[in-house]
Ligand binder design. Structure first.
Ligand code: CDP
Ligand code: CDP
Length: 223
């Protein structure tokens, strides 16, 4: 049988992966995997249970039995809605710290693969095209300048009524980029055959059209 189609969208923080992947999934009526949310859920559970962020064995165990459920607009952890809680800056930082641990990454593989269901999947993260779905039908690597990405995060915070400093955001973003790109396992980098899309000067909708266009082309080439 033909494998279930997958589109992977990887890239650095605030490149627009989540926004673009979600809209592409909607347009194609595909399922959507926010792989970063799995790292964030594990990080939140670890913080709450007092598990040290370098205790690889305990964290892998935690990730393997992660009692999470994804609903239309929300994420549940042991039945509790944690959609807001996992977005906290502290949780994002903890997520990027535990994401360097190979055993933890391995523990999350099965869960990620299980999202591949008919009629198709759009998956976003750092290693969707390189590690988790190397056979994807279309691989996209989204980028944007550090300044554009910091500006987007700034706007997101202000819109939520949270005050923010552009200097702090820039510093945090560069730190996160360095940690995600320089780690030994599954570092952030474009997958082989990935299409690069720089969205610094591009609206999210324009990026969505580009990805859909590439996907349509990939389908024609495969026939
Ligand atoms: O929204 P943002 O891009 O900042 O983060 P995210 O996609 O929610 O992911 C949170 C953290 O999880 C990232 O900083 C990565 O270190 C890690 N992550 C990863 O290692 N591999 C993935 N496939 C997804 C996220
Ligand atoms: O998932 P990731 O961290 O890569 O980024 P995101 O949370 O999807 O996008 C960050 C913000 O940038 C969102 O508020 C988007 O609406 C915005 N965005 C944009 O202004 N222009 C784009 N081309 C893509 C996203």
């Amino acid at each position: 049988a033909k494998p279930i189609p997958v589109i992977t969208i990887d890239g650095p923080t605030a490149s627009g992966k989540g926004t673009v992947a979600h809209r592409v999934a909607d347009r194609l009526s595909f399922h959507y995997l926010d792989s970063g949310a799995l790292y964030r859920l594990t990080a939140l559970a670890a913080l709450e249970q007092g598990i040290a962020l370098d205790d690889e064995h305990a964290l892998a165990e935690l990730a393997r039995g992660l009692p999470c459920r994804f609903q239309a607009q929300s994420v549940l952890l042991a039945g509790r809605d944690v959609s807001e809680a996992i977005r906290a800056e502290q949780v994002g930082n903890a997520a990027s710290r535990i994401a360097v641990l190979p055993a933890l990454r391995r523990a999350l593989v099965g869960l990620q693969l299980s999202f591949r269901q008919a009629p198709g999947l759009v998956a976003d993260g750092r290693d969707m095209g390189t590690v988790i779905f190397p056979d994807a039908d279309l691989k996209v690597f989204l980028t944007a300048s550090v300044e554009a990405r910091a500006q987007r995060r700034y706007k997101q915070l202000i819109d939520k009524g949270i005050s923010a400093s552009m200097d702090d955001l820039l510093k945090d973003l560069k730190e996160r980029d360095a940690r995600d790109s320089n780690r030994a396992v599954a570092p952030l980098k474009p997958a082989e055959g990935a299409y690069l899309l720089d969205t610094s000067e591009m609206t999210a909708d324009r990026a969505v059209e580009q990805v859909l266009g590439w996907y349509a082309e990939a389908g024609k080439l495969a026939q």
